[in-house]
Structure formats: C-alpha cells, structure tokens
Design a protein around this ligand. Structure first.
Ligand code: FES
Length: 79
C-alpha cells in the first residue's frame, strides 16, 4: 500500500558565503543536496571537505557515514 505523497518542502534561499553561492535543496524524506560548498560541518562542529560539485548530507541522522547520506533513509519507517 502506498502512502500519501509528502509535501515537497520549499527550497530555502541560496546562502552566499563570500563570493560563492551555496544552494541547499531538501529532498522529501531524504538528504539535503548541497551545491557549491567547500566543506560541511557535522553536529560536533567538525568540518568535512567537499570534493564534488553536489553532495548529499544526511537529514535523518541514521547514516553510517555522517554527515553524508548513505541511503539508510530509504529503509527506515516514515512517521
Ligand atoms: S538522509 Fe539519507 S541516510 Fe539520512
């Protein structure tokens, strides 16, 4: 049985860091897609270098590779 589609959150305004624009796009029931960042800080304040144009940051806090999404959000029950 399929559940009702979840509303798609509105994308926040891009954040401008220095002269660069960083875009964060929330995926419904999934990660945050971050474009244009040099680093992402985890909950403990540690910086993780970004080496790709787009990275998926875990928003469910269940990933085994925090702060990155490892797909675990796909197997955890939705509320
Ligand atoms: S959002 Fe994908 S594992 Fe958390």
């Amino acid at each position: 049985m399929r559940s009702a589609p979840q509303p798609v959150p509105r994308a926040p305004e891009p954040v401008v860091a220095g002269t660069r624009e960083i875009e964060v796009t929330p995926c419904p029931n999934g990660p945050l897609l971050v474009r244009g960042a040099d680093a992402v800080r985890d909950a403990d304040g540690r910086a993780h270098q970004v080496t790709r144009p787009v990275v998926a940051v875990c928003a469910c806090d269940k990933s085994q590779r925090l702060p990155w999404c490892d797909g675990t959000h796909k197997v955890i029950p939705r509320k």
